[in-house]
Ligand binder design. Structure first.
Ligand SMILES: [Zn+2]
Length: 272
């Protein structure tokens, strides 16, 4: 059986690392804002509702706290999986910021990330996705010690069968997907390039065709359906971008791929 999970990183708008600090800022060095992520979240959840798909949402802790002040997040996430994505969208390995948090500091960051999500949604997350896809053995161990069941940060090759595998400390990695195209380009299951006009929706159906076994994890950012990296935004753009995502998901379903949450898939495949 071929399964897929639609995952969304719900984090600050157009986030990027800043040298010298673990916390993320918004593009241009601006303090965190959440207007695009809020609008994109509502649009994506509505679209998933139309298709009857339960998604997996990786929440930045601060985004959950800020948005919950003005909207019923718990209600919005009903039926969907809630997972974690840092508290201040931290670069956990220091790869981009030059600041490498100590193990104790990592534990504090991840602890705060999980408790903020639990406070807002009343559920303890099973899963984590590392901001900027930066993970190493120390981060994986801390995630495991914090009681998480899985991480979904790294890419795996679609042809090899997309199965969870253990990282350092035994934490399960549920990989994102990638394949190599005939022209040599890499096609990856993050929808970034589609929202920047560098990939077409049909490209992702080629990734889906190469998916023969296991779980294909697609990933998107809620702000990205509303705002491009260059700052382009507006009603028309948002409708068009959500429409592209909807097309990809709908076509995958038409090809016999069943959508599940990551946690649901993992729990039903754990050895008893
Ligand atoms: Zn992120």
């Amino acid at each position: 059986m071929r399964y897929a999970a639609f995952t969304v990183d719900v984090d600050r708008d157009v986030n990027e690392p800043r040298a010298g600090t673990v916390e993320s800022w918004c593009r241009g060095g601006a303090a965190p804002r959440y207007s695009s992520t809020r609008e994109g979240l509502e649009r994506l959840v509505a679209m998933l509702g139309e298709l009857g798909i339960e998604g997996t949402f990786f929440w930045e802790g601060r985004a959950a706290e800020v948005l919950s002040e003005r909207m019923d997040l718990k209600g919005l996430m009903r039926g969907h999986e809630v997972a974690a994505h840092g508290y201040e969208h931290e670069d956990l390995t220091g790869e981009s910021t030059g600041v490498r948090p100590s193990e104790e500091w990592l534990d504090a960051i991840i602890g705060r990330s999980l408790s903020s999500v639990e406070t807002v949604f009343g559920r303890r997350p099973d899963g984590f996705r590392c901001p900027y896809q930066h993970i190493d053995d120390t981060v994986a161990r801390v995630l495991m010690q914090r009681g998480l069941l899985y991480d979904s940060t790294l890419f795996g090759d679609v042809g090899a069968g997309l199965r969870p595998y253990p990282l350092a400390g035994g934490l399960l990695e549920v990989p994102l997907a990638q394949c190599r195209e005939s022209d040599g380009r890499k096609l990856q299951s993050y929808l970034w390039p589609m929202h920047e006009g560098r990939r077409k929706p049909d490209d992702y159906l080629r990734l889906a065709s190469a998916h023969e076994d296991g779980l294909l994890v697609l990933a998107d950012h809620s702000w990205h359906v509303v705002e491009s990296l260059g700052g382009e935004r507006g009603e028309e753009r948002a409708e068009r971008e959500v429409g592209k995502v909807k097309y990809v998901l709908k076509e995958m379903m038409a090809r016999g791929i069943e959508f599940v949450t990551v946690s649901e898939h993992l729990r039903s495949n754990l050895p008893s």
